[in-house]
Design a protein around this ligand. Structure first.
Ligand code: KG4
Ligand code: ZN
Length: 361
C-alpha cells in the first residue's frame, strides 16, 4: 500500500509518500516547504498570505515527494489529507488538491485531524516497523495502550488518552492560549524573532542557573506563576503566565539585559505545569505509555525533563518522544495516521467526493 500524505494546515506545505512493504512502513519521502521566512516580518502567520503561498507550492511539493520516493502518481493507493483544525485559507488548498487527485486517480481519500497526525508522528522513525514499536526506555510493559499523549503545538495543548488506534478521549485541554502560542507571544514581548518557541529556548539555554539564579529576584520579578498546576482537572491555562511576564518586563527597567533569565523562567514555568499534569494523569488513568508530540515537543529542556520525571515518578511506564524530524508540521505523520484509517477502510470513495470547495469532507 502506498499513501500520499498532504499537510497544509498552517504555514508548512508538505507532501509525503509512505509505503507498507513486508509489514514495515517506510517513509519514502517527506518534503516540507516552510513559509517561516515570509511570515517572520509580520511576527506571526498571516492567513491570507499563507493560503496564497500554499497555492503556489502545493503542486511542486507533491512533485518533489514523488520524485524523491521514485513513485509515479498512478502507483498511489490512497491520499491522506489534513482537513482540520487549522487556518481555513491554508487547509482548503491541501483538501481541494487531495480531492482532485483522489477523483482523477479514482483512489480513496482519507481525512485526518491534524492532532491525530501529531499523535502518529510517534510512530515515525526514518524506517518505522509497525510490529516493532521502539521506545527509548526498554524492558517495560509490552503493550502501549492505553497511552497518554501530551500534544503541545502552536494551536493546541492537549492530554489525550489513546485506548487503541483511532480511539481517543481528551482528558485535558487549554482554556486559553496553546503552549506554542504562549511561547510565540512571550518572544514577541521580549523582542525575539518568530517562531518564538525556538527563540525563547535558545535564550533560556544561555542562562547559567548556578551562577545567576535569582539575580532577578530583587524584587522578585522573574519568579513567574505555574498556572493551574494544582487544579483538580487536567486543563491548562497559559494566558495568565504571559500577562505575568508582561508585567514583570514592564516593571524591570533592565530586562533587556536579562532576557536569558526571563526566557529560562518562562520556559520552566510551562515545563513544570506540563510535566506535573502529565505524570498525574498517567498514574490516575493507569496508562502503559506516555507520548510527547507537537511542535513544542522539539523543546530540548522539555524532552530532557520529561525523561527524568518519568524515570523517577512513573518508572514502569514507557516514554516515547517524537523524533526531532517530525515534531513540527509534516505530511509523513498525516500519511502514517492515514495508513491506520486505511486498514479500517475508514475513507471516502473517490466517486463520493463532492466538488463543493469545503474542508468538511
Ligand atoms: O506543531 P507545530 O509545528 O504547528 C502547529 O500545529 O501549531 O507547532 C508550532 C509551534 C510554534 O508555536 C513554535 O514556536 C513551537 O511550536 N516550537 C517550540 C520549539 N520549536 C517549535 N516551542 C518551544 N521550544 C521549541 N524548541
Ligand atoms: Zn501542528
Amino acid at each position: 500500500m502506498i499513501i500520499l500524505g498532504i499537510e497544509t494546515s498552517c504555514d508548512e506545505t508538505s507532501a509525503s509518500i509512505v509505503q507498507r512493504r513486508y509489514g514495515k512502513i517506510k517513509i519514502l519521502s517527506n518534503i516540507i516547504f516552510s513559509q517561516i521566512n515570509i511570515h517572520k516580518k509580520y511576527g506571526g502567520v498571516v492567513p491570507e498570505i499563507a493560503g496564497r503561498e500554499h497555492v503556489l507550492n502545493i503542486l511542486p511539493v507533491i512533485d518533489q515527494a514523488l520524485i524523491k520516493a521514485k513513485i509515479k502518481l498512478k502507483q498511489i493507493d490512497a491520499i491522506a489529507v489534513t482537513n482540520k483544525p487549522g487556518l481555513i485559507t491554508s487547509l482548503i488548498v491541501g483538501v481541494e488538491t487531495a480531492k482532485v487527485l483522489s477523483y482523477g486517480l479514482s483512489i480513496p481519500l482519507i481525512k485526518i485531524n491534524h492532532i491525530e497526525g501529531h499523535i502518529y508522528a510517534n510512530w515515525l522513525s526514518p524506517i518505522s516497523k509497525i510490529s516493532n514499536f521502539q521506545f527509548p526506555i526498554s524492558k517495560k510493559k509490552s503493550n502501549i495502550f492505553p497511552a497518554l499523549i501530551l500534544t503541545v503545538s502552536g494551536g493546541h495543548t492537549m492530554l489525550i488518552l489513546m485506548k487503541d488506534h483511532g480511539k481517543y478521549q481528551i482528558i485535558g485541554n487549554t482554556v486559553d492560549d496553546a503552549t506554542g502560542e504562549a511561547f510565540d507571544k512571550a518572544a514577541k514581548m521580549m523582542g525575539l524573532s518568530y517562531p518564538g518557541g525556538p527563540a525563547v529556548a535558545a535564550e533560556a539555554a544561555k542562562f547559567d542557573q548556578k551562577e545567576k539564579r535569582y539575580a532577578l529576584c530583587v524584587p522578585c520579578y522573574a519568579s513567574l506563576p505555574r498556572p493551574m498546576i494544582n487544579s483538580q482537572n487536567y486543563n491548562f491555562s497559559f494566558s495568565g503566565l504571559k500577562t505575568a511576564l508582561l508585567y514583570a518586563l514592564k516593571k524591570d527597567k533592565n530586562y533587556k539585559k536579562k532576557i536569558p533569565e526571563y526566557c529560562y523562567e518562562f520556559q520552566q514555568a510551562i515545563i513544570d505545569v506540563l510535566i506535573s499534569k502529565t505524570i498525574k494523569a498517567a498514574l490516575e488513568f493507569k496508562v502503559n505509555a506516555i507520548m510527547l508530540t507537537g511542535g513544542v515537543s522539539a523543546n530540548k529542556a522539555l524532552r530532557e525533563q520529561i525523561k527524568k520525571a518519568v524515570a523517577s515518578k512513573a518508572p514502569d511506564l514507557k516514554l516515547k518522544i517524537t523524533n526531532l524530524s517530525y515534531c513540527g508540521d509534516n505530511a509523513a505523520m498525516i500519511a502514517m495516521a492515514g495508513y491506520y484509517h486505511a486498514l479500517k477502510k475508514d475513507f471516502i470513495k473517490w466517486d463520493k467526493i463532492r466538488a463543493d470547495c469545503s474542508v468538511n469532507i
